[in-house]
Design a protein around this ligand. Structure first.
Ligand code: FE2
Length: 293
């Protein structure tokens, strides 16, 4: 079941935390500060599909097992769903592509792999697992907006992704924009919308996030890495992080064309996260492969 209420993050026996809490929020009500030092692992856009690289979830599983963070945030676009890209060459405008079932299964299998070790170790590893809905998962909702596809609403429903089997908190879209959640004083969302519901974008998006959101924010979506931190006049440290993606270089995405060469591939650790402040560690995919491949 998708959980929507405030929840407590369990504490690890090896760490001392006080008043550790998590508060979900909506776009109109920004989160209150939380306290307690947290280790937070960020898994950005995986874009799983029937033909995607099966070794990536294995790497993530091994990395998480060694890191054993308090919180894992999957930033969304866990599924690519190319079968619902109605602009795909050769695909009829009202048709679901023939790979739909394998696309859905690929993301579920990736979650199975990523969380297999945790399932065995959770007596010793308390971890709050969060997944955000990205624009690629939201393709299912958009696909059924047209009257010709209303009859598919039961089939193209977010519940078929079975995210509640693997995550304690599932953050869905709010209307036309990604929902958000807050942990350790940091806001997480698939992308931050500009005033017109479109994704905020910039060559220096990390900086833009600090200036526009006015609170520490982590996003995915662009598949690029961008980071900026600044200290406000009230001494708050505000971080803006765009966390790249975790897609194999061998996995070609038609819609992205040559822009894929500039994607930044890896995962991130927010060490000692408290009141929106943390120490950032970025681990690129090559390093993950060296360590865990
Ligand atoms: Fe993405």
């Amino acid at each position: 079941m998708i959980k929507t209420n405030q929840q407590n993050i369990p504490t690890k026996p090896t760490k001392t935390k006080t008043q550790t809490s998590i508060q979900k929020c909506c776009d109109t009500k920004l989160p209150s500060a939380t306290s307690g030092s947290l280790e937070i692992a960020i898994v950005p856009d995986l874009h799983c599909h029937g033909g995607s690289d099966k070794t990536i979830p294995e790497l993530i599983a091994r990395w998480l097992d060694e890191y054993r963070p308090d919180v894992v945030v999957n930033l969304g676009d866990h599924w690519d769903l190319p079968s619902l890209a109605f602009q795909t060459k050769g695909q009829h405008s009202s048709a679901i592509g023939p790979t739909f079932q394998s696309d859905v299964a690929a993301g579920i299998q990736a979650n199975d792999v990523i969380w297999k070790t945790y399932q065995r170790a959770k007596d010793r590893w308390n971890c709050h697992r969060i997944i955000l809905e990205g624009n690629h998962e939201n393709r299912m909702a958009r696909a059924t907006e047209e009257p010709e596809r209303w009859s598919l609403r039961g089939l193209l429903d977010y519940s078929i992704l079975q995210t509640d089997r693997y995550y304690d908190e599932v953050v869905r879209y709010k209307g036309s924009t990604p929902g958000l959640t807050s942990v350790g004083g940091v806001t997480f969302r698939h992308y931050a919308p500009n005033g017109m519901s479109r994704p905020l974008n910039s060559m220096h998006l990390g900086y833009q996030l600090t200036q526009k959101m006015l609170t520490s924010t982590v996003v995915g979506h662009t598949h690029r890495f961008s980071y900026f931190r600044t200290t406000a006049s009230d001494a708050r440290v505000v971080h803006g992080l765009v966390a790249g993606c975790c897609i194999s270089e061998d996995d070609f995405h038609e819609y992205a064309g040559t822009s894929q060469t500039s994607w930044d591939r890896g995962v991130a650790c927010l060490h000692g996260c408290e009141n929106g402040n943390y120490s950032l560690e970025w681990v690129n995919l090559n390093r993950l492969q060296q360590l865990y491949g």
